[in-house]
Design a binder for this molecule. Structure first.
Ligand SMILES: [Cu+2]
Length: 628
């Protein structure tokens, strides 16, 4: 095994193979045991910061496909030993994520099922080979026996010709419930029948797309002297920023030890969960995807292409993800690193001294794209010259469809004749393990408000900030409030600026609606993290996933609400902030048949972290501009 340069570097293919050998030698990989997840078990923060992290570990979720027995295993590569191997109580804790092979298996099982074939026959559909089966995680809705199964529910689409876009042709009103261990359909729900929408959605077909437009002349991004960043293994450096890039089959990109001007800002940043609940209450009430915990967004990472996915001087990093036999697979060009012009940084034409100065903003971009079923998500992290950090998710792909019954159906938009796209939410949870000038941090909620007319405010124009220190975990589960311009300031309790105020970074949310499912619903129990825009918890290396470790069929109650219930002190402590963001997607006709990118995200801006604008030293662009 090759030497590991840094304890937070992603696991290598050789390490995954070595870990598999250790598990096999311990008898954990008897046939038919499969890997549902396999990734780096990061060392505790204290050891990393002290430089004493010597034990290199991997974590695996294993499942026996015959018995359903599931295990959560940690191995030490350093000691060549199993550290822990715990049997998961799947009825209480939830199931490991869906496996690749289960997709093919489910299609086979459902197509062969007599009850399903009858339901299709009632719709005049006889050729099972043209029916595409879409397995969807089942959630936890009862009856109780469902919780003891490893199961999926399926929706079906007609793909009459080989290149048809199946999503254009939903076979609505019917679903099969499949037991993945018994390998059979145990229930078919046939609630109603609507015609299968016929209009083609095959946007590759010139007959659908129409002739290509003309007039788009080339745009070329050139950096004749090369980019301004450096890549040293997983360490990126650019304009005072430094950070380490990791990649995980579950979370996708993980960013570590983000420093600016030699000062720590964030110890670890990632988006470790998302949920996409659908708002149609009929028989598909259970449709809600936890893309990260149930499907593993990192595992579905795309291999990016220069000139198509990324423009300019790109540095690509590969990712290693493992298949279900634990075999490593190198995804070439999985992570894109580049530098972008970002418009005006600052500009002023002064009426008194005649100065006319202008500076260009730039950002360092670290991103990846993943495809989970019908949707494609791009996760982008931006680092700006002025100290701003931005997280942006680009949502594209094909919206999930249903037949549209016509008339004033409130739960879906008609996007083609008889074709509906149900309303849904995309709620992401970012985990930001903050370290603003060190580990001792605290969070203030900052609202702005006008004051009523009174003796100190005779004309009623006063505007003030209302600052509330969030001192305990239970008090720090907060909603966004756009009407008050609510932001959250993460302050250092040990470092001050020249005004004697704490060095800080402020989280600016988009402030969209939180989870709209009823608070007493089964979904709200499982997606509790999405009911608040902000959570603040005390750092705990075991608390990594907003909806819990095992999300698939988890009955609920875990994750952030459970972490916060401990109500630990978060004032001046080593804290993690968790931010829920994302749109409620009322689909537009223009989102069909493939959706133009919709963006969502949040920003973190230095707030008294510097003593003044930190970009006065940015030189003017070369060329005809005035220097001031
Ligand atoms: Cu959407």
């Amino acid at each position: 095994m090759t030497a590991v340069p840094h304890p937070l570097d992603p696991a290598t293919a050789a390490e995954y193979l070595a870990g598999r050998e250790i598990m096999a030698a311990a008898g954990l990989l008897a046939e038919p045991v499969r890997f549902a997840y396999y990734g780096l078990e990061e060392p505790p923060k204290g050891e990393v910061l002290a430089g004493t992290a010597a034990d290199r570990r991997l974590r695996a979720f294993l499942i026996n496909l015959k018995t359903g027995e599931s295990a959560d295993v940690v191995v030490s590569l350093t000691r060549r030993a199993v550290v822990s191997a715990r049997t998961v109580d799947t009825a209480a804790e939830g199931q490991p994520p869906i496996l690749d092979s289960e997709y093919a298996l489910v299609e086979e099982i459902v197509r062969a099922d007599p009850g399903w074939r009858e339901a299709m026959a009632r719709r005049g559909l006889a050729d099972m080979s043209k029916i595409r089966i879409c397995p969807i995680t089942a959630g936890a809705y009862g009856p109780p026996e469902d919780g003891r199964r490893r199961m999926v529910r399926v929706l079906a689409f007609l793909q009459a010709r080989e290149h048809d876009l199946a999503w254009a042709h939903p076979i609505d009103g019917v679903t099969a419930h499949v037991d993945l261990i018994e390998k059979r359909v145990f229930k078919v729900v046939d609630e109603f029948s609507l015609p299968v929408p016929a209009e083609s959605g095959d946007y590759d077909d010139p007959a659908v797309r129409g002739p290509e437009r003309t007039g788009l002349r080339p745009i070329e991004i050139t950096q004749p002297e090369g980019p301004s960043f450096t890549v040293d293994g997983s360490l990126l450096r650019w304009q005072g920023w430094s950070l380490r890039v990791g990649f995980d089959a579950r979370e996708g990109l993980t960013l570590h030890q983000i420093h600016l001007a030699g000062r720590p800002v964030i110890y670890r940043a990632s988006v470790p969960e998302m949920v996409v609940p659908y708002g149609d209450p009929r028989f598909r009430y259970w449709q809600a995807y936890f893309d990260t915990g149930e499907y593993l967004v990192g595992k579905w990472v795309n291999s990016l292409e220069l000139g198509c996915d990324c423009l300019g001087e790109i540095a690509y990093l590969d990712a290693v993800v493992c298949g279900e036999t634990g075999e490593p697979r190198v995804v070439r060009n999985a992570i894109c690193v580049h530098e972008e012009d970002a418009g005006i940084l600052w500009k002023h034409t002064d009426i008194f001294n005649g100065s006319a100065a202008s500076r260009r903003q730039r950002r360092l971009v670290v991103s990846f794209f993943t495809t989970v079923g019908n949707y494609d998500y791009g996760f982008y992290w931006y680092f700006y010259l002025d100290g701003t950090i931005e997280c942006e998710v680009k949502m594209t792909g094909v919206v999930f469809t249903a037949a549209h019954p016509g008339g004033g159906h409130p739960y879906a938009t008609e996007v083609a004749p008889g074709l509906g796209a149900p309303v849904h939410q995309h709620l992401f949870s970012a985990r930001l393990d903050m370290s603003v000038d060190g580990l001792a941090n605290a969070v203030e909620e900052v609202d702005v408000t006008g004051l009523p007319i009174g003796p100190d405010n005779p004309y009623g124009n006063a505007i003030v900030q209302r600052v509330t220190r969030l001192t305990s975990e239970s008090a720090a589960a907060r909603p966004a409030d756009a009407a008050r311009g609510r932001v959250w300031r993460v302050i250092s309790t040990t470092s001050a600026n020249r005004f004697g105020k704490p060095a800080a970074y402020t989280l600016y949310p988009e402030a969209g609606p939180p989870l709209l499912a009823d608070p007493s619903s089964p979904l709200a129990a499982r997606a509790g993290f999405a009911s608040r825009a902000l959570w603040v918890t005390r750092y705990d290396p075991a608390q990594r996933y907003p909806a819990g470790d095992f999300v698939n069929q988890n009955p609920g109650g875990g994750g952030l609400p459970a972490f916060a219930a401990a109500d630990r002190d978060i004032d001046g402590q080593d804290i993690v902030i968790w931010h829920t963001f994302g749109p409620t997607h009322v689909v537009r006709p223009e989102d069909w048949p493939v959706m133009p990118v919709t963006r969502t995200g949040f920003m973190l801006k230095p707030t008294g972290f510097f003593d003044r604008n930190p970009t006065l030293d940015v030189p003017p662009p070369s060329g005809p501009c005035h220097a001031g």
